[in-house]
Design a protein around this ligand. Sequence first.
Ligand code: NAD
Ligand code: MG
Length: 400
Amino acid sequence: MGCDVSHAQQVTVLGATGSIGLSTLDVIARHPEQYQVFALSGFSRIDELLGLCVQHRPVCAVVPDEAAAARLRQGLATAQVGVEVLVGEAGLCQVASAPEVDTVMAAIVGAAGLRPTLAAVEAGKKVLLANKEALVMSGALFMQAVQRSGAVLLPIDSEHNAIFQCLPADYGRGLEAVGVRRILLTASGGPFRELSAEALHDVTPEQACAHPNWSMGRKISVDSASMMNKGLELIEACWLFDAPPSKVEVVVHPQSVIHSLVDYVDGSVLAQLGNPDMRTPIAHALAWPRRIASGVAPLDLFAIARLDFQTPDDQRFPCLRLAREAAQAGGSAPATLNAANEIAVEAFLQGRIRFPEIARIIAQVLEQQPVEPVASLEAVFEADRRARELSRHWLERQGR
Ligand code: NAD
Ligand code: MG
């Protein structure tokens, strides 16, 4: 009585078997008194998900279909671990919004994460947002839902986490009101930063996935190589910080040590630095407004020795320009851009198209699909569906 029995935060990790999911579980395992895993989800790596269940003992696990559920249940029974297995998008939404849950890590890749992430937002959870595609697709609706429910939205994308750390606590009053001149969004430039336009024609999925600084899932790795990742992040920043696209400038910084900067009217520029390891933004968001250890090595500035900055090249990397145009167009344009990109990246990873064709497909689809207002989630999914269809037609027409 009267004593402070602070309970451990119950955390749902959507996309637990992925790169961000595993980094999240690594941080959580360092602080067992403060965080407990309530639910984990996996999609194709069911055996890995079983291993994570055995290790982290969640209450629930979510898999895509009944076949995966049967396999997971069998494995859990053999291991004598009691976990409730749920199925499909309904299962994801359930564990994202369950009353027991305090915090949701939204780390599913792509449009597949939109409904579960929104379910967490609508339930007023603390939402750790890695799934940038969800916000890109449905920005206005997403941010309205955050306002309505009182959810606490914390960015996991390293750049947005850095910007968040460099902004004052009351930035919600408006960037101008808090004296921000512009946001400087850093980009590594990806593995092909120095390649000529001709050389880009022949790059392989394996080369695209070998990022010089970050180890990530395959889709975001290709996005980093094409600079579409920075384009999606530009749109993400506009929504998170209520900034017009013109206030967000992209700066290529090959070392990925500065994770982004905020430029103030008095000439001060604040930056957040750190080793390129996602456990830093994950630990920051998990513990916010406190700080916890993440397992990331201290930054060795003497070893880094120098930091370089360059302007992005729109000619070789048109995806960034396409994303900026979609941000300016608003409405359904970002959802169209995202969907066309998802299809194009998948086709590239399957070896069906050349790397420069990713941007070509997206440009075509953006041209063909009119920009419409998106007043409902249905309208967002309709734009997404039609853009995927147009992208597939493009592939068919090219005989891919
Ligand atoms: P990943 O491919 O390693 O993992 C993706 C996860 O999503 C896996 O757990 C997979 O099972 C799940 N998944 C895939 N398709 C699904 C579907 N249709 N339905 C349900 N679940 C599905 O990806 P990642 O690198 O961890 O990235 C996850 C998200 O975080 C992406 O939106 C990415 O842009 C963002 N992000 C990642 C990094 C990074 O360093 N990896 C950095 C910033 C942002
Ligand atoms: Mg990023």
